[in-house]
Design a binder for this molecule. Structure first.
Ligand code: EPU
Length: 418
Protein backbone atom coordinates (compact mmCIF):
# COMPACT_ATOMS: atom_id res chain seq x y z
CA UNK A 1 0.00 0.00 0.00
CA UNK A 2 1.16 3.53 -0.72
CA UNK A 3 0.67 6.66 1.37
CA UNK A 4 1.32 10.33 0.94
CA UNK A 5 3.26 12.07 3.69
CA UNK A 6 2.77 15.81 3.72
CA UNK A 7 4.48 18.24 6.06
CA UNK A 8 2.36 21.35 6.01
CA UNK A 9 3.25 25.00 6.12
CA UNK A 10 5.12 25.62 2.84
CA UNK A 11 3.70 28.36 0.62
CA UNK A 12 3.20 27.20 -2.96
CA UNK A 13 5.07 29.42 -5.41
CA UNK A 14 6.06 29.16 -9.06
CA UNK A 15 4.38 27.76 -12.16
CA UNK A 16 2.33 24.65 -12.83
CA UNK A 17 1.04 23.32 -16.15
CA UNK A 18 -2.44 21.81 -16.25
CA UNK A 19 -3.02 18.48 -18.04
CA UNK A 20 -5.80 17.43 -20.42
CA UNK A 21 -9.33 17.15 -19.04
CA UNK A 22 -10.16 13.79 -17.48
CA UNK A 23 -13.90 14.10 -17.94
CA UNK A 24 -13.47 14.99 -21.62
CA UNK A 25 -10.99 12.28 -22.48
CA UNK A 26 -12.93 9.47 -20.78
CA UNK A 27 -15.72 10.25 -23.27
CA UNK A 28 -13.53 11.01 -26.28
CA UNK A 29 -11.69 7.68 -26.11
CA UNK A 30 -14.90 5.57 -26.28
CA UNK A 31 -16.21 7.98 -28.94
CA UNK A 32 -13.39 6.68 -31.14
CA UNK A 33 -15.50 3.51 -31.51
CA UNK A 34 -17.68 5.53 -33.90
CA UNK A 35 -14.76 6.46 -36.14
CA UNK A 36 -13.77 4.31 -39.11
CA UNK A 37 -10.26 5.72 -39.57
CA UNK A 38 -7.43 6.33 -37.13
CA UNK A 39 -7.91 8.97 -34.39
CA UNK A 40 -4.86 10.67 -32.96
CA UNK A 41 -5.66 12.23 -29.59
CA UNK A 42 -3.25 14.72 -28.04
CA UNK A 43 -3.03 16.23 -24.54
CA UNK A 44 -4.26 12.96 -23.02
CA UNK A 45 -3.63 13.08 -19.26
CA UNK A 46 -1.46 10.28 -17.86
CA UNK A 47 -3.96 9.08 -15.23
CA UNK A 48 -5.42 5.74 -14.16
CA UNK A 49 -8.89 6.40 -15.61
CA UNK A 50 -7.32 6.79 -19.06
CA UNK A 51 -5.43 3.50 -18.75
CA UNK A 52 -8.65 1.81 -17.67
CA UNK A 53 -10.77 3.14 -20.55
CA UNK A 54 -8.00 2.37 -23.08
CA UNK A 55 -7.89 -1.16 -21.73
CA UNK A 56 -11.66 -1.46 -22.22
CA UNK A 57 -11.33 -0.40 -25.86
CA UNK A 58 -8.44 -2.81 -26.39
CA UNK A 59 -10.55 -5.64 -24.93
CA UNK A 60 -13.24 -4.79 -27.47
CA UNK A 61 -10.67 -5.23 -30.26
CA UNK A 62 -9.34 -1.68 -30.80
CA UNK A 63 -5.67 -0.98 -31.51
CA UNK A 64 -4.43 1.71 -29.16
CA UNK A 65 -0.89 2.93 -29.42
CA UNK A 66 0.98 5.50 -27.33
CA UNK A 67 2.87 7.88 -29.61
CA UNK A 68 4.28 9.58 -26.52
CA UNK A 69 3.21 9.96 -22.89
CA UNK A 70 0.28 12.25 -23.77
CA UNK A 71 -0.60 11.29 -27.34
CA UNK A 72 -2.43 8.16 -28.40
CA UNK A 73 -3.62 6.70 -31.67
CA UNK A 74 -6.78 4.62 -31.74
CA UNK A 75 -7.90 2.44 -34.59
CA UNK A 76 -11.29 0.83 -34.00
CA UNK A 77 -11.74 -0.61 -37.51
CA UNK A 78 -11.35 -4.20 -36.22
CA UNK A 79 -13.68 -3.89 -33.23
CA UNK A 80 -16.32 -6.60 -33.50
CA UNK A 81 -17.61 -6.91 -29.92
CA UNK A 82 -20.45 -4.96 -28.39
CA UNK A 83 -20.32 -6.48 -24.91
CA UNK A 84 -18.63 -4.99 -21.86
CA UNK A 85 -18.97 -7.28 -18.83
CA UNK A 86 -18.82 -6.18 -15.17
CA UNK A 87 -15.16 -7.16 -14.80
CA UNK A 88 -14.38 -4.67 -17.57
CA UNK A 89 -16.52 -1.72 -16.48
CA UNK A 90 -16.56 -1.90 -12.68
CA UNK A 91 -13.51 0.33 -12.25
CA UNK A 92 -15.06 3.53 -13.54
CA UNK A 93 -18.31 5.35 -13.89
CA UNK A 94 -17.51 6.72 -17.35
CA UNK A 95 -17.65 3.21 -18.79
CA UNK A 96 -21.31 4.02 -19.41
CA UNK A 97 -20.09 5.92 -22.50
CA UNK A 98 -19.53 2.50 -24.07
CA UNK A 99 -23.32 2.24 -24.25
CA UNK A 100 -23.77 5.29 -26.50
CA UNK A 101 -20.65 4.61 -28.51
CA UNK A 102 -21.38 0.90 -29.13
CA UNK A 103 -25.00 1.71 -29.97
CA UNK A 104 -23.81 4.29 -32.48
CA UNK A 105 -21.40 1.77 -33.95
CA UNK A 106 -23.39 -1.51 -33.91
CA UNK A 107 -26.99 -0.50 -33.03
CA UNK A 108 -26.41 -2.83 -30.13
CA UNK A 109 -24.65 -2.74 -26.77
CA UNK A 110 -24.45 -4.95 -23.70
CA UNK A 111 -22.74 -3.11 -20.87
CA UNK A 112 -22.75 -3.95 -17.18
CA UNK A 113 -24.03 -1.28 -14.81
CA UNK A 114 -20.95 0.88 -14.07
CA UNK A 115 -18.97 1.52 -10.83
CA UNK A 116 -17.29 4.81 -9.81
CA UNK A 117 -17.17 7.23 -6.86
CA UNK A 118 -19.93 6.82 -4.31
CA UNK A 119 -22.02 9.98 -3.91
CA UNK A 120 -25.30 8.26 -3.07
CA UNK A 121 -27.75 7.28 -5.81
CA UNK A 122 -26.32 7.57 -9.32
CA UNK A 123 -29.19 6.79 -11.69
CA UNK A 124 -28.87 6.54 -15.48
CA UNK A 125 -32.56 6.96 -16.28
CA UNK A 126 -31.88 10.01 -18.48
CA UNK A 127 -29.35 8.08 -20.58
CA UNK A 128 -31.95 5.35 -21.07
CA UNK A 129 -34.72 7.85 -21.82
CA UNK A 130 -32.50 9.35 -24.54
CA UNK A 131 -31.65 5.99 -26.10
CA UNK A 132 -35.30 4.92 -26.08
CA UNK A 133 -36.27 8.15 -27.85
CA UNK A 134 -33.76 7.19 -30.58
CA UNK A 135 -35.68 3.93 -31.05
CA UNK A 136 -33.53 1.69 -28.84
CA UNK A 137 -35.03 -1.09 -26.73
CA UNK A 138 -33.32 -1.08 -23.33
CA UNK A 139 -33.57 -3.89 -20.78
CA UNK A 140 -31.76 -4.55 -17.51
CA UNK A 141 -30.98 -8.12 -16.68
CA UNK A 142 -28.66 -9.48 -13.95
CA UNK A 143 -26.86 -6.13 -13.72
CA UNK A 144 -26.35 -5.86 -17.46
CA UNK A 145 -27.91 -3.19 -19.67
CA UNK A 146 -29.00 -4.70 -22.98
CA UNK A 147 -29.67 -2.04 -25.61
CA UNK A 148 -30.52 -2.72 -29.24
CA UNK A 149 -32.36 -1.36 -32.24
CA UNK A 150 -32.80 -2.15 -35.93
CA UNK A 151 -32.03 1.47 -36.75
CA UNK A 152 -31.26 4.60 -34.74
CA UNK A 153 -33.63 7.43 -35.66
CA UNK A 154 -33.34 11.06 -34.67
CA UNK A 155 -35.60 12.44 -31.95
CA UNK A 156 -36.29 15.47 -29.82
CA UNK A 157 -35.28 14.71 -26.23
CA UNK A 158 -35.93 16.85 -23.17
CA UNK A 159 -33.62 15.93 -20.27
CA UNK A 160 -35.51 16.00 -16.94
CA UNK A 161 -32.26 16.70 -15.09
CA UNK A 162 -29.13 18.39 -16.37
CA UNK A 163 -26.76 15.46 -16.77
CA UNK A 164 -23.23 15.49 -18.18
CA UNK A 165 -23.21 11.75 -18.77
CA UNK A 166 -26.66 11.54 -20.37
CA UNK A 167 -25.98 14.52 -22.67
CA UNK A 168 -22.73 12.99 -23.94
CA UNK A 169 -24.12 9.47 -24.19
CA UNK A 170 -27.10 10.57 -26.28
CA UNK A 171 -24.78 12.66 -28.45
CA UNK A 172 -22.64 9.56 -29.10
CA UNK A 173 -25.63 7.41 -30.00
CA UNK A 174 -27.19 10.12 -32.21
CA UNK A 175 -24.14 11.07 -34.26
CA UNK A 176 -25.00 8.57 -37.01
CA UNK A 177 -28.78 8.37 -36.45
CA UNK A 178 -30.87 9.36 -39.44
CA UNK A 179 -32.25 12.91 -39.15
CA UNK A 180 -31.69 15.72 -36.65
CA UNK A 181 -31.64 14.85 -32.94
CA UNK A 182 -32.32 17.71 -30.56
CA UNK A 183 -31.26 17.50 -26.89
CA UNK A 184 -33.02 20.07 -24.75
CA UNK A 185 -31.94 21.03 -21.22
CA UNK A 186 -28.50 19.67 -22.13
CA UNK A 187 -25.52 19.98 -19.78
CA UNK A 188 -23.12 22.80 -20.76
CA UNK A 189 -19.83 21.74 -19.14
CA UNK A 190 -16.60 22.46 -21.05
CA UNK A 191 -16.15 18.71 -21.61
CA UNK A 192 -19.51 18.53 -23.42
CA UNK A 193 -18.20 21.10 -25.89
CA UNK A 194 -14.91 19.20 -26.16
CA UNK A 195 -16.60 15.90 -27.01
CA UNK A 196 -18.76 17.69 -29.62
CA UNK A 197 -15.64 19.33 -31.09
CA UNK A 198 -13.90 15.95 -31.24
CA UNK A 199 -16.89 14.39 -33.02
CA UNK A 200 -17.07 17.32 -35.45
CA UNK A 201 -13.32 17.04 -36.12
CA UNK A 202 -13.97 13.39 -37.07
CA UNK A 203 -16.79 14.37 -39.47
CA UNK A 204 -19.92 14.64 -37.30
CA UNK A 205 -22.40 17.51 -37.44
CA UNK A 206 -23.07 18.64 -33.84
CA UNK A 207 -24.18 22.20 -33.15
CA UNK A 208 -25.04 24.11 -29.99
CA UNK A 209 -22.80 22.23 -27.53
CA UNK A 210 -22.22 24.56 -24.59
CA UNK A 211 -25.82 25.82 -24.73
CA UNK A 212 -28.97 24.09 -23.41
CA UNK A 213 -29.98 22.92 -26.89
CA UNK A 214 -27.72 20.60 -28.87
CA UNK A 215 -28.60 19.66 -32.47
CA UNK A 216 -27.03 16.58 -33.97
CA UNK A 217 -27.51 15.96 -37.66
CA UNK A 218 -26.82 12.32 -38.38
CA UNK A 219 -23.94 11.60 -40.78
CA UNK A 220 -23.19 8.36 -42.61
CA UNK A 221 -19.69 7.90 -41.28
CA UNK A 222 -16.93 9.45 -39.19
CA UNK A 223 -13.44 9.41 -40.63
CA UNK A 224 -10.21 9.79 -38.65
CA UNK A 225 -8.26 12.86 -37.65
CA UNK A 226 -6.21 14.55 -34.94
CA UNK A 227 -7.68 16.20 -31.87
CA UNK A 228 -6.22 17.85 -28.78
CA UNK A 229 -8.11 17.57 -25.48
CA UNK A 230 -8.93 20.78 -23.56
CA UNK A 231 -7.19 21.59 -20.26
CA UNK A 232 -8.76 20.15 -17.12
CA UNK A 233 -11.02 22.71 -15.46
CA UNK A 234 -11.11 20.79 -12.18
CA UNK A 235 -7.36 20.20 -11.97
CA UNK A 236 -6.85 23.94 -12.61
CA UNK A 237 -9.40 24.79 -9.91
CA UNK A 238 -7.68 22.39 -7.49
CA UNK A 239 -4.35 24.19 -7.96
CA UNK A 240 -6.05 27.60 -7.66
CA UNK A 241 -7.52 26.57 -4.32
CA UNK A 242 -4.24 24.97 -3.16
CA UNK A 243 -2.36 28.19 -3.99
CA UNK A 244 -4.92 30.26 -2.08
CA UNK A 245 -4.92 27.90 0.90
CA UNK A 246 -1.13 27.90 1.24
CA UNK A 247 -0.95 31.70 1.01
CA UNK A 248 1.47 31.44 -1.91
CA UNK A 249 1.70 32.80 -5.44
CA UNK A 250 1.20 30.40 -8.36
CA UNK A 251 0.91 30.86 -12.12
CA UNK A 252 -1.38 28.12 -13.40
CA UNK A 253 -0.64 27.59 -17.08
CA UNK A 254 -2.46 25.87 -19.96
CA UNK A 255 -5.97 26.76 -18.76
CA UNK A 256 -9.04 28.35 -20.33
CA UNK A 257 -9.77 31.20 -17.87
CA UNK A 258 -13.42 31.37 -19.00
CA UNK A 259 -13.95 27.83 -17.63
CA UNK A 260 -12.66 28.99 -14.24
CA UNK A 261 -14.86 32.06 -13.76
CA UNK A 262 -17.03 30.63 -10.95
CA UNK A 263 -13.87 29.66 -9.03
CA UNK A 264 -12.10 32.95 -9.71
CA UNK A 265 -15.16 34.89 -8.49
CA UNK A 266 -15.39 32.85 -5.29
CA UNK A 267 -11.68 33.19 -4.53
CA UNK A 268 -11.82 36.97 -5.01
CA UNK A 269 -14.82 37.05 -2.66
CA UNK A 270 -12.60 35.24 -0.11
CA UNK A 271 -9.89 37.92 -0.33
CA UNK A 272 -7.63 35.99 -2.72
CA UNK A 273 -6.06 37.77 -5.70
CA UNK A 274 -6.58 36.27 -9.15
CA UNK A 275 -5.27 37.63 -12.42
CA UNK A 276 -6.33 36.19 -15.77
CA UNK A 277 -4.14 35.92 -18.86
CA UNK A 278 -4.95 34.41 -22.27
CA UNK A 279 -4.18 30.84 -21.21
CA UNK A 280 -3.10 31.14 -17.58
CA UNK A 281 -4.28 32.43 -14.22
CA UNK A 282 -2.15 33.74 -11.38
CA UNK A 283 -3.45 33.13 -7.86
CA UNK A 284 -1.86 34.71 -4.79
CA UNK A 285 -2.82 35.79 -1.32
CA UNK A 286 -1.41 38.37 1.00
CA UNK A 287 -4.24 38.91 3.51
CA UNK A 288 -6.53 36.66 5.56
CA UNK A 289 -9.09 34.38 3.94
CA UNK A 290 -12.67 35.44 4.60
CA UNK A 291 -15.88 33.40 4.70
CA UNK A 292 -18.10 32.79 1.66
CA UNK A 293 -21.19 30.82 0.81
CA UNK A 294 -20.97 28.36 -2.07
CA UNK A 295 -23.64 26.41 -3.92
CA UNK A 296 -22.51 23.81 -6.41
CA UNK A 297 -24.45 23.73 -9.66
CA UNK A 298 -24.10 22.47 -13.22
CA UNK A 299 -21.82 24.64 -15.41
CA UNK A 300 -21.48 27.64 -15.44
CA UNK A 301 -22.17 27.32 -11.70
CA UNK A 302 -19.52 26.40 -9.14
CA UNK A 303 -18.47 22.79 -9.97
CA UNK A 304 -19.44 20.03 -7.55
CA UNK A 305 -16.04 18.43 -8.20
CA UNK A 306 -14.40 21.40 -6.45
CA UNK A 307 -16.73 21.27 -3.47
CA UNK A 308 -14.33 19.23 -1.26
CA UNK A 309 -11.32 21.50 -2.03
CA UNK A 310 -13.30 24.72 -1.39
CA UNK A 311 -14.60 23.29 1.90
CA UNK A 312 -10.97 22.84 3.00
CA UNK A 313 -10.25 26.46 2.07
CA UNK A 314 -13.34 27.71 3.93
CA UNK A 315 -12.39 25.64 6.97
CA UNK A 316 -9.39 27.96 7.50
CA UNK A 317 -11.21 31.20 6.52
CA UNK A 318 -12.39 33.74 9.07
CA UNK A 319 -16.12 33.47 9.84
CA UNK A 320 -18.97 31.07 9.17
CA UNK A 321 -19.49 29.75 5.63
CA UNK A 322 -22.29 27.66 4.19
CA UNK A 323 -21.72 25.20 1.36
CA UNK A 324 -24.73 23.68 -0.39
CA UNK A 325 -24.20 20.64 -2.61
CA UNK A 326 -26.57 21.16 -5.53
CA UNK A 327 -25.66 18.17 -7.70
CA UNK A 328 -25.09 14.98 -5.67
CA UNK A 329 -27.17 13.57 -2.79
CA UNK A 330 -24.25 12.50 -0.68
CA UNK A 331 -20.93 14.25 -1.29
CA UNK A 332 -19.86 15.22 2.21
CA UNK A 333 -18.56 11.81 3.42
CA UNK A 334 -14.99 13.13 3.49
CA UNK A 335 -15.93 15.81 6.07
CA UNK A 336 -15.38 13.29 8.88
CA UNK A 337 -11.74 12.99 7.76
CA UNK A 338 -11.37 16.76 7.73
CA UNK A 339 -12.90 17.02 11.18
CA UNK A 340 -10.18 14.69 12.46
CA UNK A 341 -7.73 17.36 11.31
CA UNK A 342 -9.56 19.84 13.54
CA UNK A 343 -12.00 21.41 11.06
CA UNK A 344 -15.23 22.69 12.61
CA UNK A 345 -17.91 21.55 10.17
CA UNK A 346 -21.51 20.46 10.67
CA UNK A 347 -23.23 18.61 7.85
CA UNK A 348 -26.99 18.52 7.52
CA UNK A 349 -28.06 16.64 4.40
CA UNK A 350 -26.77 18.59 1.42
CA UNK A 351 -25.56 21.54 3.52
CA UNK A 352 -22.27 22.02 5.36
CA UNK A 353 -21.86 24.79 7.93
CA UNK A 354 -18.22 25.66 8.38
CA UNK A 355 -16.79 27.68 11.27
CA UNK A 356 -13.34 28.80 10.17
CA UNK A 357 -10.39 27.90 12.43
CA UNK A 358 -6.81 29.23 12.48
CA UNK A 359 -5.04 26.02 11.49
CA UNK A 360 -5.72 22.38 10.71
CA UNK A 361 -3.52 19.80 12.37
CA UNK A 362 -1.97 16.88 10.53
CA UNK A 363 -3.03 13.29 11.24
CA UNK A 364 -3.65 10.06 9.28
CA UNK A 365 -6.65 10.44 6.91
CA UNK A 366 -7.95 8.62 3.87
CA UNK A 367 -8.94 9.74 0.39
CA UNK A 368 -12.61 8.72 0.33
CA UNK A 369 -12.94 9.53 -3.40
CA UNK A 370 -11.05 11.36 -6.14
CA UNK A 371 -11.84 15.00 -5.34
CA UNK A 372 -12.03 14.37 -1.59
CA UNK A 373 -8.51 12.93 -1.93
CA UNK A 374 -7.31 16.15 -3.59
CA UNK A 375 -9.00 18.09 -0.79
CA UNK A 376 -7.11 16.06 1.85
CA UNK A 377 -3.84 16.89 0.08
CA UNK A 378 -4.68 20.62 0.24
CA UNK A 379 -5.58 20.20 3.91
CA UNK A 380 -2.22 18.50 4.51
CA UNK A 381 -0.36 21.32 2.75
CA UNK A 382 -1.68 23.89 5.20
CA UNK A 383 -1.90 21.78 8.36
CA UNK A 384 0.46 21.86 11.31
CA UNK A 385 2.76 18.81 11.36
CA UNK A 386 2.48 15.75 9.15
CA UNK A 387 -0.61 14.46 7.35
CA UNK A 388 -0.65 10.87 6.15
CA UNK A 389 -3.09 10.08 3.33
CA UNK A 390 -4.02 6.53 2.31
CA UNK A 391 -6.26 5.11 -0.43
CA UNK A 392 -4.31 6.95 -3.11
CA UNK A 393 -5.93 4.92 -5.87
CA UNK A 394 -8.70 7.51 -5.92
CA UNK A 395 -6.29 10.42 -6.46
CA UNK A 396 -4.34 8.50 -9.11
CA UNK A 397 -7.54 8.03 -11.11
CA UNK A 398 -7.73 11.69 -12.02
CA UNK A 399 -4.64 13.83 -11.34
CA UNK A 400 -1.52 13.55 -13.49
CA UNK A 401 1.75 13.76 -11.50
CA UNK A 402 -0.07 15.41 -8.61
CA UNK A 403 2.76 15.17 -6.07
CA UNK A 404 5.47 16.03 -8.61
CA UNK A 405 3.59 19.18 -9.61
CA UNK A 406 3.15 20.15 -5.96
CA UNK A 407 6.79 19.42 -5.09
CA UNK A 408 7.85 21.73 -7.95
CA UNK A 409 5.76 24.45 -6.29
CA UNK A 410 7.61 23.93 -3.01
CA UNK A 411 5.32 21.48 -1.19
CA UNK A 412 6.83 18.99 1.22
CA UNK A 413 5.04 15.86 0.01
CA UNK A 414 6.28 12.37 -0.71
CA UNK A 415 4.81 8.99 -1.58
CA UNK A 416 5.94 6.07 0.50
CA UNK A 417 5.30 2.34 0.31
CA UNK A 418 4.11 0.82 3.58
N1 EPU B 1 -28.83 12.07 -12.81
C1 EPU B 1 -30.09 11.52 -12.89
N2 EPU B 1 -30.33 10.67 -13.92
C2 EPU B 1 -29.41 10.35 -14.87
C3 EPU B 1 -28.13 10.93 -14.78
C4 EPU B 1 -27.86 11.79 -13.73
O1 EPU B 1 -30.95 11.78 -12.06
O2 EPU B 1 -29.71 9.59 -15.78
C5 EPU B 1 -28.53 13.01 -11.71
C6 EPU B 1 -27.41 12.51 -10.81
O3 EPU B 1 -27.91 11.66 -9.80
C7 EPU B 1 -26.85 13.80 -10.27
C8 EPU B 1 -27.03 14.78 -11.43
O4 EPU B 1 -28.03 14.20 -12.28
O5 EPU B 1 -27.62 14.23 -9.18
C9 EPU B 1 -25.80 15.07 -12.27
O6 EPU B 1 -25.22 13.86 -12.72
P1 EPU B 1 -24.37 13.78 -14.08
O7 EPU B 1 -25.01 12.79 -14.96
O8 EPU B 1 -24.16 15.17 -14.61
O9 EPU B 1 -23.00 13.20 -13.54
P2 EPU B 1 -22.06 12.16 -14.27
O10 EPU B 1 -22.10 12.33 -15.73
O11 EPU B 1 -22.28 10.79 -13.72
C10 EPU B 1 -19.99 13.74 -14.36
C11 EPU B 1 -18.57 13.70 -13.90
C12 EPU B 1 -18.51 13.82 -12.38
C13 EPU B 1 -19.20 15.13 -11.97
C14 EPU B 1 -20.62 15.20 -12.55
C15 EPU B 1 -21.31 16.53 -12.32
C16 EPU B 1 -17.56 12.29 -15.55
C17 EPU B 1 -16.93 11.00 -15.88
N3 EPU B 1 -17.98 12.44 -14.30
O12 EPU B 1 -20.64 12.64 -13.74
O13 EPU B 1 -17.14 13.95 -12.09
O14 EPU B 1 -19.30 15.20 -10.57
O15 EPU B 1 -20.58 14.98 -13.98
O16 EPU B 1 -20.57 17.57 -12.87
O17 EPU B 1 -17.65 13.18 -16.40
C18 EPU B 1 -15.16 13.59 -10.89
O18 EPU B 1 -14.52 13.93 -11.89
O19 EPU B 1 -14.63 13.46 -9.75
C19 EPU B 1 -16.59 13.34 -11.00
C20 EPU B 1 -17.26 12.65 -10.10
Amino acid sequence: MEKLLITGGNKLTGEVTISGAKNAVVAIIPAALLVEGVCRIENVPDIKDVTVIIDMLAQLGARVEYINKNTIEIDCSKVDRYTAPYEMVKKMRASYYLLGALLGRFNKAEVAFPGGCDFGVRPIDQHIKGFEALGVKVEMDHGIIHASTGKLTAAQIYMDVVSVGATINVMLAAVKAEGVTIIENAAKEPHIVDVANFLNAMGANVKGAGTDVIKIKGVKKLTGGTYSVIPDQIEAGTFMIAAAASGGDVLIKNVIPKHLESITAKLIEMNVSVEEYDDAVRVWRTGKLTKANVKTLPYPGFPTDLQPPIVVLLSIAEGTSIVTEGVWDSRFQYVDELKRMGANIKVEGRIAIIEGIQRLSGCPVKATDLRAGAAMVIAGLVADGTTEICDLKHIDRGYENFEAKLVKLGANIKRVKV
